[in-house]
Design a protein around this ligand. Structure first.
Ligand code: UDP
Length: 338
């Protein structure tokens, strides 16, 4: 099969390209390098079945050619990461809405099966866990820019499902929960690579709020297995799937685990949200996926636990050195919890 991966040079995209090439497929990645890095796919570039196009997915002529040449599209290109979303809200909304529109138009022209990436942010601040695909969403105020990301992705889902219903386009929507692994960077806000870098550099490990908020961190290689399964499944068409693990950990426990695994002397400090992210931010207390639908379809289960993934991420961060260190000094009088 010939795959077109938008955002193929990003963290998740690069792992997906790698898995597809290993399975014997041909892969073209399109990426504007806004958050993707060529170093993510450096080890793939000599592969005869792999091609990279550095271009925006909103370039209609390029997308038309790539869409006509492929068998299946996986649309991962998006503005992601809390930092980016809070600091560039116009870019976030435009990239996510116009980008998906461009991909779906192309897909429709050639009737290509298309997998659309969405996010657990869609569930908003609902307190009913675990989150199932058909649950209601509870979005915050439009004055708070965090919800712009959730709303832009909700529109992507509506659009994709509308293309399916109205025009028979074979689409599958997948909602990614917190995904971690080698090659992920903390620059745009992702907590695990940030804590790893801070711990290795002996800097304060910055836990936002009271640290009792929890997340479920799934290894990117498990996520990629789910995505390739959805790509192969005819029964998945027209449906929405949660992709993630149900292994839950609080952010302060995560900080302690990373501190211990790196044998770090860093302090673990609590940073108030107003200081960490400023206005416009609302954090979610818990975020746990109901993955029953995916399990029933693909018999999929995560295979790598948090320790295994952290071990790999720590090894990679050690090998890279301090280049991308996140520095965030806790205010004097900060609460030290570890
Ligand atoms: N977080 C933190 N310190 C950081 C970055 C993030 O305590 O330096 C917290 C954040 O407030 C959230 C959790 O870690 O509760 C996960 O954040 P991330 O941005 O990785 O993903 P989210 O689940 O918010 O999309």
């Amino acid at each position: 099969m010939k795959y077109l991966i938008t955002g193929g040079v990003g963290f998740i995209g690069s792992h997906l390209c790698e898995a597809l090439l290993q399975a014997g497929h041909a892969v073209t990645a399109i990426d504007d390098l806004s958050t993707g890095r060529m170093s993510n796919i450096a080890h793939l570039q000599a592969h005869p079945q792999f091609h990279v196009v550095v271009e925006s997915i909103t370039n209609a002529a390029v997308m038309d050619r790539l869409g006509s040449e492929c068998d299946l599209i996986v649309h991962l290109a998006a503005a992601v990461g809390v930092e980016l979303i809070l600091h560039s809200p116009v870019h976030t909304i435009e990239t996510n809405v116009m980008g998906t529109d461009a991909v779906l138009r192309t897909a429709r022209r050639y009737q290509k099966k298309t997998l659309i990436a969405s996010t657990s942010e869609i569930y908003g601040k609902t307190e009913k866990v675990p989150f199932a695909e058909d649950d209601d969403t509870v979005m915050g105020s439009t004055k708070r820019s965090r919800w712009a990301y959730a709303a832009s992705k909700a529109l992507d889902e509506f659009l994709a499902l509308a293309y399916h219903r109205e025009m028979g386009l074979p689409v599958v929507v997948f909602r990614l929960f917190n995904t971690i692994g080698p090659r992920q960077r903390g620059r745009y806000g992702m907590v695990v690579p940030r804590f790893v870098k801070q711990a290795l550099a002996g800097q304060d490990i910055t836990v936002y709020g009271d640290g009792a908020q929890s997340r479920c961190f799934c290894d990117v290689r498990d996520v990629v297995r789910a995505l390739t399964g959805l790509a192969d499944s005819a029964a998945a068409v027209g449906e929405v799937y949660n992709v993630g693990t149900q292994d839950e950990i609080t952010v302060v426990e995560l900080a302690r685990k990373i501190k211990q695994m790196t044998a770090s002397k860093s302090r673990i400090v609590l940073v108030p949200y107003e200081q960490a992210t400023g206005e416009g931010f609302e954090d979610m207390r818990r975020r746990v996926p109901d993955t029953g639908k995916l399990q029933r379809l693909l018999h999929w289960q995560p295979q790598l636990n948090l320790e295994q993934t952290l071990t790999d991420m720590i090894a990679q961060a050690r090998a890279e050195g301090p280049g991308d260190t996140i520095s965030q000094r806790a205010a004097p009088g900060a609460v030290v919890v570890g």
